[in-house]
Design a protein. Structure first.
Length: 433
């Protein structure tokens, strides 16, 4: 096909114009390029679990490698049962297997949800990098509620109520996307706030997509699903990418309430015409992950203890240096606010979060992701740090030599996660210049 008659832009769907590759993937590729050139890079840009997939799950994948048949569009029945049981066991909700949908990653399922649902998409900023681009691709009406440092970068009931009361068409269908423990902030909700948000959503007939992919990485194991307080209006998004360390396996799950089966049905129709079904060996192996057991529970408690210890130390170093950040409660992220250094940064010709992160990478080798990628104002000096640049297998083995009822030694992170600690120190030294 030639493009003599039209410009290339004329041949592109208008909803894609202005969109670029996902920022998280782009920073990962740039980091790889610098490393290939022989440079030391502290890779805090991509939010990928550093920990290995549990041995029992890997073994299940090996055993099921011969599985070659197409599976049902909605997912392997035994896996859907395991996922429903997982949410009944972990979240205390009445999840049923017939209302579970399996997809090639929760990202794909989110896209199908927005495609199938005719309504407004409500997103809280800072937000995961792909929520808004997906909505833009689909031409959705997007409303962004801007949180702030004082609200711990999360949706407070007050913010939500103010937004709902100001909506011009209060009865229009809408879905609120929540994510906690949060990407990019590592913060979660207390029970009272979840109850208030749930009550408001119910009052205004707002559906909730609760992205709880980091739920099992709550550092104290105390994750609470908002579905407990709004079961009829909440879809839970999960998967094996974060808590099970299997990001590259690409398996996500949506768990619906019975009264939203109509939405699941239409998403399954689209799935049947696009990806057909998720890889058979991966689905069979994922049964083991969701069934859990002593090995996986022990794995999770060690992972949580490591992430808690490392997250607290990173936050303490940065806070002591004048960076505004909250100590993480779950996951493996810190959302950094450099506003205290605004004048100093501007004197160095840095006026945007993108410039800040680019200069930091060029001058120190530290890769963090600019706040504007998370739907913050470009002129706001914020960024996300994923404290995951360490050998997860080695750190996990070291943790297993220390009884779980004991805290990790004070020098544990410095010894087993040296690049993370050194990278954080490099940020503070760069800010002092």
């Amino acid at each position: 096909m030639t493009t003599d008659t039209y410009s290339t832009l004329d041949l592109i769907n208008p909803t894609l114009i202005g969109l670029a590759e996902s920022d998280t993937l782009a920073i990962n590729e740039r980091s790889k390029k610098l490393i290939s050139e022989g440079k030391t890079v502290y890779r805090f840009g991509l939010g990928q679990s550093p920990f290995p997939v549990p041995d029992s799950v890997v073994k299940a994948l090996r055993l099921n490698a011969p599985q070659k048949d197409y599976l049902p569009v909605r997912g392997l029945p035994a896996l859907r049962e395991a996922v429903a049981d997982f949410h009944r066991r972990k979240d205390g909700i009445n999840a049923q297997p017939e209302y579970v949908l399996i997809g090639p990653g929760s990202k794909e399922l989110l896209f199908l949800l927005q495609l199938a649902f005719r309504g407004e998409v409500i997103i809280v900023s800072p937000s995961w990098v792909s929520y808004v681009p997906q909505a833009k691709i689909l031409g959705k009406k997007i409303s962004i509620i801007h949180s702030n440092y004082e609200d711990q970068w999360q949706l407070s009931p007050k913010l939500f109520k103010t937004f709902l009361e100001a909506r011009a068409k209060k009865n229009d269908p809408a879905v609120l996307i929540m994510n906690y423990p949060g990407n990019p902030d590592g913060i979660t909700f207390n029970e009272d706030d979840l109850m208030e948000i749930a009550a408001l959503a119910k009052e205004y007939n707002i559906m909730i997509l609760s992205d709880e992919i980091y739920g099992q990485l709550h550092h104290k194991g105390h994750h609470i699903s908002i579905s407990k307080f709004y079961p009829e209006g909440t879809i839970i998004s999960s998967g094996i990418s974060k808590w099970c360390g299997a990001g590259g396996w690409r398996l996500g799950t949506f768990t619906f309430p019975a009264n939203l089966h109509w939405l699941l049905d239409k998403m399954a129709v689209v799935a049947s015409e696009t990806y057909t079904s998720v890889s058979a060996p991966i689905q069979y192996a994922a049964i083991q992950a969701f069934k859990g057991g002593l090995e996986i529970e022990e794995y999770l408690w060690h992972v949580r203890r490591i992430l808690f210890s490392l997250g607290q130390e990173c936050a303490d170093i940065l806070i002591d240096a004048g960076v505004k950040t909250h100590r993480p409660i779950g996951g493996f992220y810190l959302f950094l606010d450099f506003s205290a250094f605004s004048e100093k940064l501007k004197s160095r010709g840095i006026t945007t979060s993108s410039q800040l992160c680019s200069r930091l990478l060029d001058e120190t080798g530290v890769a963090i992701l600019h706040g504007s990628a998370f739907n913050r104002n470009e002129n706001e000096f914020t960024a996300r740090m994923a404290y995951v640049d360490f050998d997860g297998a080695s750190v996990l083995s070291a943790s297993k030599t220390i009884p779980l009822h004991e805290p990790l030694p004070n020098d544990f992170n410095k010894y087993y996660c040296p690049k993370v600690i050194l990278g954080v120190i490099k940020i503070t030294e760069w800010l002092k210049k």
